[in-house]
Write a protein of this length. Structure first.
Ligand SMILES: Nc1ncnc2c1ncn2[C@@H]1O[C@H](COP(=O)(O)OP(=O)(O)O)[C@@H](O)[C@H]1O
Ligand SMILES: [Mg+2]
Length: 415
């Protein structure tokens, strides 16, 4: 079994692997083997530093990054985030371990092949973009392609396309100094995007921006990601940023990966006190969504045109059985048609020629599963019935009731 298969068979993550990191280590210093041996013997990195002067930057990191996701690496300053992301494209040479990108081990790659990969398929964006001051915006954006030897017409055509995506096409002929900091940052992003990499590495790329510009850049990134799914590894020390843009988050402490998961995984099941401390004071309702708390306990009725009277009685019987006064009506595709109550059903039975659709209560109340929980709160309070939650196709996922929500909030408060 090769390293790729092994990591896949570990089977912890769903999704197709773009990057697999296995037992990755980085020791800074002149005696890395000694430090590695001491790590094997179970010594702590602080002890190793004290005794040998060797700095353990990353210790035994193993995880998978899936194709098309934004994978955020988060942790306090000095926890090893920059070291880890630079190991991925070997700006820093690993001391031990594997970095498998698209099935190939970057750690074992020849220098030429590596350079080629960095130019064509793996862009890196840093906190300071270091734009070339005497070159125009479009020349800066096209710089990566210039290095790769693409001719000027083609590279300016592609740069212009990307400048449009980041909203800077009208500034193509300006010099960087004529732009605001936020706009310069977008030129840097455009430069990374122009080579159209399938993997983007971003180290605190937005950290130098003021909060407003920063949110704006996050939105640009999210929008770009919706248009074209790249794999993005994004280092941030900012929790809000991580939760906002990350599909999954990897939390580092003292050179080690302590947890990898979705924001929900991490909020609900923090691996240890360090992770928990990160989230203290976070308004979790902002990050949990409707589908995270939806439950399947409500009565659903299929809307069948043929036999509506039998349908009514069966529906009423089931509602009685489960002690419910409301039920959701679904069509054959599981889409939510609406809500009925015991009363509206009974009224229809008493009048002949009525169908299930006549019993529907007024109003469309289905809520998209990705709605933030704090936006759901008000509706749950306002509506007398449970709220049906649907996926992106409008199909029924479950329901949120006042009881479910109260239990959830009470648990959050206690935690
Ligand atoms: N070139 C280097 N030489 C020695 N130690 C380093 C070097 N680069 C980073 N380190 C150390 O490695 C650890 C991780 O640093 P870094 O990856 O930059 O953390 P972060 O990006 O999370 O702030 C720190 O203790 C840092 O001092
Ligand atoms: Mg850093």
């Amino acid at each position: 079994m090769d390293a790729t298969q092994q990591a896949n068979s570990a089977g912890t993550e769903a999704g197709e692997a773009k990057v697999i990191v296995r037992n990755l280590h980085k020791v800074f210093g002149n005696k890395p083997e000694l430090a590695m041996q001491m790590l094997k013997d179970g010594l702590h990195k602080d002890e190793i530093l004290k005794r040998t002067g060797q700095v353990v930057g990353v210790q035994d990191a193993s995880f998978q990054i899936n194709k098309g996701e934004i994978f955020v690496i988060m942790g306090l300053s000095g926890s090893g985030k920059s070291t880890l992301i630079r190991l991925l494209n070997r700006l820093i040479e690993p001391t031990a371990g594997n970095i498998i990108v698209d099935g190939e081990d970057v750690a074992a790659m020849s220098r030429d092949k590596l350079l080629n990969l960095r130019r064509n398929d793996m862009s890196m964006v840093f906190q300071s973009f270091a734009l070339l001051p005497h070159r125009t915006v479009i020349e800066n954006a096209a710089f990566g392609l210039e290095i790769a030897g693409v001719n000027v017409a083609e590279r300016e055509r592609r740069a212009m396309e990307v400048l449009e995506q980041v909203g800077l096409h009208t500034f193509a002929k300006h010099l960087p100094a004529q732009l605001s900091g936020g706009m310069q940052q977008r030129v840097g992003l455009a430069r990374a995007l122009t080579v159209n990499p399938s993997l983007m590495l971003m180290d605190e790329a937005f950290s130098a921006l003021d909060p407003l510009r920063r949110t704006e850049m996050q939105d640009v990134l999210i929008k770009l990601q919706q248009e074209q799914k790249r794999t993005i590894v994004f280092v941030s020390h900012d929790l809000d940023e991580a939760l906002r843009i990350g599909n999954r988050i990897c939390i580092m402490e003292g050179g080690r990966v302590v947890q990898v998961g979705t924001s929900e995984d991490i909020l609900q099941r923090p691996a240890d006190d360090y992770v928990k401390a990160f989230f203290t004071g976070v308004d979790t309702n902002k990050y949990l969504t409707a589908k995270d708390v939806a439950q399947k306990g409500e009565v659903t009725i299929f809307d069948r045109a043929d036999d509506s009277v039998a349908g009514f009685s069966a529906a009423l019987a089931r509602m009685q059985l489960y002690n419910r006064i409301y039920a959701f009506v679904l069509d054959e595709q599981q889409k939510v048609v609406g809500v009925v109550s015991a009363e509206s059903l009974t009224n229809c039975i008493n009048q002949s020629g009525k169908t299930l659709r006549d019993a529907l209560l007024p109003g469309k109340i289905a809520i998209a599963g990705n709605t933030p929980l704090n936006e759901v709160l008000q509706k749950v309070v306002e509506y007398p019935c449970p709220l049906p939650i649907v996926d992106e196709n409008g199909e029924y996922i479950g329901a949120i009731t006042k009881t479910v929500l109260l239990r959830k909030l009470y648990k959050e408060k206690k935690a």
